[in-house]
Write a protein that binds this ligand. Structure first.
Ligand code: 8X3
Length: 253
Protein backbone atom coordinates (compact mmCIF):
# COMPACT_ATOMS: atom_id res chain seq x y z
CA UNK A 1 0.00 0.00 0.00
CA UNK A 2 1.11 3.52 -0.78
CA UNK A 3 2.52 5.04 2.42
CA UNK A 4 3.48 8.51 3.60
CA UNK A 5 7.15 8.30 4.56
CA UNK A 6 8.94 11.10 6.40
CA UNK A 7 12.73 10.98 6.13
CA UNK A 8 15.01 13.29 8.11
CA UNK A 9 18.42 14.15 6.71
CA UNK A 10 17.13 13.29 3.24
CA UNK A 11 19.58 15.40 1.25
CA UNK A 12 22.50 12.96 1.25
CA UNK A 13 23.79 9.50 2.10
CA UNK A 14 21.43 6.95 3.60
CA UNK A 15 18.59 9.50 3.79
CA UNK A 16 18.77 10.30 0.08
CA UNK A 17 19.06 6.61 -0.79
CA UNK A 18 15.93 5.97 1.31
CA UNK A 19 14.10 8.78 -0.51
CA UNK A 20 14.88 7.19 -3.87
CA UNK A 21 14.08 3.62 -2.79
CA UNK A 22 10.78 4.50 -1.08
CA UNK A 23 9.85 6.61 -4.13
CA UNK A 24 10.56 3.63 -6.38
CA UNK A 25 8.35 1.60 -4.04
CA UNK A 26 5.43 3.95 -4.88
CA UNK A 27 5.30 5.81 -1.58
CA UNK A 28 4.66 9.52 -0.91
CA UNK A 29 7.51 11.39 0.71
CA UNK A 30 8.07 14.15 3.21
CA UNK A 31 11.74 15.01 2.93
CA UNK A 32 13.45 17.07 5.58
CA UNK A 33 16.95 18.47 5.82
CA UNK A 34 18.92 21.63 6.42
CA UNK A 35 19.79 22.35 2.79
CA UNK A 36 16.69 23.83 1.16
CA UNK A 37 18.22 23.94 -2.32
CA UNK A 38 19.23 20.25 -2.25
CA UNK A 39 15.75 19.35 -1.00
CA UNK A 40 14.24 21.19 -3.97
CA UNK A 41 16.57 19.44 -6.44
CA UNK A 42 15.74 16.01 -5.00
CA UNK A 43 12.05 16.85 -4.97
CA UNK A 44 12.26 17.79 -8.67
CA UNK A 45 14.09 14.57 -9.49
CA UNK A 46 11.50 12.39 -7.75
CA UNK A 47 8.45 14.40 -8.82
CA UNK A 48 9.55 13.98 -12.44
CA UNK A 49 9.25 10.23 -11.89
CA UNK A 50 5.72 10.57 -10.52
CA UNK A 51 6.36 10.63 -6.76
CA UNK A 52 4.41 13.06 -4.58
CA UNK A 53 6.90 14.97 -2.44
CA UNK A 54 6.71 17.63 0.24
CA UNK A 55 9.95 19.19 1.45
CA UNK A 56 10.48 20.78 4.86
CA UNK A 57 13.73 22.65 5.42
CA UNK A 58 14.77 22.59 9.05
CA UNK A 59 17.50 21.35 11.34
CA UNK A 60 16.26 18.65 13.75
CA UNK A 61 18.16 20.52 16.49
CA UNK A 62 15.75 23.44 16.10
CA UNK A 63 12.76 22.17 18.04
CA UNK A 64 10.61 25.23 17.40
CA UNK A 65 11.13 25.17 13.61
CA UNK A 66 10.65 21.38 13.51
CA UNK A 67 7.34 21.80 15.34
CA UNK A 68 6.18 24.58 13.01
CA UNK A 69 7.10 22.55 9.93
CA UNK A 70 5.28 19.40 11.05
CA UNK A 71 2.23 21.47 12.08
CA UNK A 72 2.25 23.17 8.66
CA UNK A 73 1.67 19.89 6.81
CA UNK A 74 -1.69 19.63 5.01
CA UNK A 75 -4.13 17.42 6.96
CA UNK A 76 -3.81 14.38 4.69
CA UNK A 77 -0.01 14.55 4.84
CA UNK A 78 -0.07 14.59 8.63
CA UNK A 79 -1.01 10.90 8.55
CA UNK A 80 2.60 9.77 8.44
CA UNK A 81 2.96 6.00 8.12
CA UNK A 82 6.74 5.69 8.35
CA UNK A 83 9.12 8.00 10.20
CA UNK A 84 12.75 7.44 9.28
CA UNK A 85 14.90 9.15 11.88
CA UNK A 86 18.04 9.26 9.76
CA UNK A 87 19.50 12.72 10.47
CA UNK A 88 22.69 12.21 12.40
CA UNK A 89 26.43 12.59 12.16
CA UNK A 90 29.81 11.80 13.62
CA UNK A 91 32.21 14.63 14.37
CA UNK A 92 35.76 13.86 15.33
CA UNK A 93 37.67 10.66 16.03
CA UNK A 94 40.00 11.33 18.90
CA UNK A 95 40.51 10.22 22.50
CA UNK A 96 37.64 11.22 24.74
CA UNK A 97 39.92 13.40 26.89
CA UNK A 98 40.81 15.44 23.78
CA UNK A 99 37.37 15.72 22.16
CA UNK A 100 35.79 18.99 21.07
CA UNK A 101 32.95 20.38 23.19
CA UNK A 102 31.31 21.76 20.06
CA UNK A 103 31.46 18.41 18.26
CA UNK A 104 29.93 16.70 21.29
CA UNK A 105 27.09 19.23 21.50
CA UNK A 106 26.23 18.88 17.81
CA UNK A 107 26.22 15.07 17.95
CA UNK A 108 24.14 14.90 21.12
CA UNK A 109 21.72 17.58 19.90
CA UNK A 110 21.27 15.96 16.48
CA UNK A 111 21.61 12.22 17.03
CA UNK A 112 19.74 12.02 20.31
CA UNK A 113 17.68 15.14 20.94
CA UNK A 114 16.74 15.70 17.28
CA UNK A 115 15.58 12.10 16.97
CA UNK A 116 13.53 12.51 20.15
CA UNK A 117 11.97 15.74 18.88
CA UNK A 118 10.83 14.07 15.65
CA UNK A 119 9.52 11.09 17.60
CA UNK A 120 7.60 13.37 19.96
CA UNK A 121 6.10 15.30 17.04
CA UNK A 122 5.10 12.39 14.80
CA UNK A 123 4.37 9.37 16.98
CA UNK A 124 1.28 10.72 18.86
CA UNK A 125 -0.62 10.76 15.52
CA UNK A 126 0.47 7.19 14.86
CA UNK A 127 -0.79 6.15 18.29
CA UNK A 128 -4.14 7.84 17.60
CA UNK A 129 -4.43 6.03 14.25
CA UNK A 130 -3.08 2.78 15.73
CA UNK A 131 -0.80 2.52 12.70
CA UNK A 132 2.77 3.41 11.85
CA UNK A 133 6.40 2.50 11.79
CA UNK A 134 9.45 4.28 13.20
CA UNK A 135 12.80 3.35 11.72
CA UNK A 136 15.67 4.83 13.68
CA UNK A 137 19.06 4.78 12.02
CA UNK A 138 21.36 3.52 14.74
CA UNK A 139 24.80 2.08 14.13
CA UNK A 140 27.16 -0.76 14.89
CA UNK A 141 28.85 2.02 16.87
CA UNK A 142 25.97 1.76 19.36
CA UNK A 143 26.70 -1.91 20.11
CA UNK A 144 30.14 -1.29 21.61
CA UNK A 145 32.55 1.60 21.77
CA UNK A 146 35.52 1.55 19.40
CA UNK A 147 38.79 3.43 19.73
CA UNK A 148 38.25 7.19 19.65
CA UNK A 149 34.54 6.76 18.83
CA UNK A 150 33.50 7.56 22.44
CA UNK A 151 30.76 10.22 22.19
CA UNK A 152 29.55 9.21 18.72
CA UNK A 153 29.27 5.59 19.93
CA UNK A 154 27.41 6.84 23.01
CA UNK A 155 24.86 8.71 20.89
CA UNK A 156 24.17 5.57 18.85
CA UNK A 157 23.97 3.52 22.02
CA UNK A 158 21.35 6.05 23.16
CA UNK A 159 19.52 5.52 19.86
CA UNK A 160 19.35 1.81 20.68
CA UNK A 161 17.91 2.44 24.16
CA UNK A 162 15.50 5.12 22.93
CA UNK A 163 14.32 2.79 20.16
CA UNK A 164 13.85 -0.10 22.57
CA UNK A 165 11.99 2.20 24.96
CA UNK A 166 9.62 3.39 22.25
CA UNK A 167 8.98 -0.17 21.09
CA UNK A 168 7.95 -1.10 24.63
CA UNK A 169 5.76 2.02 24.99
CA UNK A 170 3.80 1.31 21.79
CA UNK A 171 3.57 -2.45 22.20
CA UNK A 172 -0.16 -2.00 22.95
CA UNK A 173 -0.62 -0.54 19.44
CA UNK A 174 -0.01 -1.82 15.90
CA UNK A 175 3.00 0.50 15.56
CA UNK A 176 6.34 -1.10 14.71
CA UNK A 177 9.74 0.20 15.79
CA UNK A 178 13.03 -0.70 14.14
CA UNK A 179 16.64 0.05 14.99
CA UNK A 180 18.52 -0.15 11.68
CA UNK A 181 22.23 -0.32 12.47
CA UNK A 182 24.64 0.15 9.58
CA UNK A 183 28.35 -0.60 9.71
CA UNK A 184 30.80 0.86 7.26
CA UNK A 185 28.79 2.80 4.65
CA UNK A 186 30.53 5.00 2.11
CA UNK A 187 28.71 8.33 2.15
CA UNK A 188 29.72 11.79 3.25
CA UNK A 189 29.89 10.35 6.78
CA UNK A 190 33.69 10.25 7.14
CA UNK A 191 34.19 13.54 5.34
CA UNK A 192 31.89 15.16 7.89
CA UNK A 193 33.54 13.28 10.76
CA UNK A 194 36.96 14.59 9.73
CA UNK A 195 35.71 18.13 9.14
CA UNK A 196 36.33 18.00 5.37
CA UNK A 197 39.69 16.17 5.42
CA UNK A 198 38.91 14.13 2.28
CA UNK A 199 42.18 12.16 2.35
CA UNK A 200 41.59 10.96 5.90
CA UNK A 201 37.99 10.17 4.94
CA UNK A 202 39.05 8.13 1.89
CA UNK A 203 41.37 6.02 4.09
CA UNK A 204 38.38 4.75 6.06
CA UNK A 205 37.19 2.82 3.00
CA UNK A 206 40.61 1.68 1.71
CA UNK A 207 41.04 -2.06 1.12
CA UNK A 208 37.42 -2.95 1.89
CA UNK A 209 34.26 -2.81 -0.16
CA UNK A 210 32.00 -0.69 2.05
CA UNK A 211 28.23 -0.70 2.06
CA UNK A 212 26.36 1.95 0.09
CA UNK A 213 23.42 4.08 1.13
CA UNK A 214 21.32 1.94 -1.25
CA UNK A 215 22.24 -1.23 0.65
CA UNK A 216 20.83 0.29 3.84
CA UNK A 217 17.79 1.80 2.09
CA UNK A 218 16.91 -1.65 0.67
CA UNK A 219 16.76 -2.98 4.23
CA UNK A 220 14.60 -0.04 5.36
CA UNK A 221 12.13 -0.70 2.52
CA UNK A 222 12.08 -4.40 3.45
CA UNK A 223 11.35 -3.64 7.12
CA UNK A 224 8.62 -1.13 6.24
CA UNK A 225 6.92 -3.60 3.92
CA UNK A 226 7.07 -6.70 6.10
CA UNK A 227 3.65 -8.21 6.89
CA UNK A 228 1.80 -6.27 9.59
CA UNK A 229 2.40 -8.87 12.30
CA UNK A 230 6.18 -8.82 11.65
CA UNK A 231 8.20 -6.26 13.57
CA UNK A 232 11.83 -6.12 12.47
CA UNK A 233 13.04 -4.88 15.85
CA UNK A 234 16.72 -4.52 15.08
CA UNK A 235 19.00 -5.13 12.08
CA UNK A 236 22.79 -4.95 12.00
CA UNK A 237 24.16 -4.58 8.47
CA UNK A 238 27.92 -4.86 8.07
CA UNK A 239 30.26 -4.89 5.10
CA UNK A 240 31.37 -8.45 4.44
CA UNK A 241 34.94 -7.94 5.65
CA UNK A 242 33.82 -6.05 8.74
CA UNK A 243 33.58 -8.21 11.87
CA UNK A 244 32.43 -5.50 14.28
CA UNK A 245 32.68 -1.75 14.81
CA UNK A 246 36.42 -2.11 15.33
CA UNK A 247 37.37 -5.20 13.30
CA UNK A 248 37.80 -4.40 9.62
CA UNK A 249 39.93 -6.69 7.48
CA UNK A 250 41.44 -4.76 4.60
CA UNK A 251 42.81 -6.42 1.45
CA UNK A 252 46.11 -5.54 -0.24
CA UNK A 253 47.27 -3.28 2.57
C1 8X3 B 1 28.61 4.41 11.19
C2 8X3 B 1 29.39 3.15 11.35
O1 8X3 B 1 31.46 2.02 12.21
O2 8X3 B 1 31.77 4.12 11.06
O3 8X3 B 1 27.80 4.66 12.26
O4 8X3 B 1 30.84 4.08 13.27
S1 8X3 B 1 30.93 3.38 12.01
Amino acid sequence: MNKIVLITGATSGIGLACARKFAANGDRLILTGRNEQRLEEISKELTAKGTQVITLAFDVRDREKATQCIESLPAEWKEIDVLINNAGLALGLEPEYEGSYDDWDIMVDTNIKGLLTMTRLVVPGMVQRDRGHIINVGSVAGDAAYANGNVYCATKSAVKTITDGLRIDVANTAIRVTNLKPGLVETNFSNTRFHGDTERAANVYKGIKPLTGDDIADVAVFAANAPEHVQIAEILVLATHQGSGSVIVRQNQ
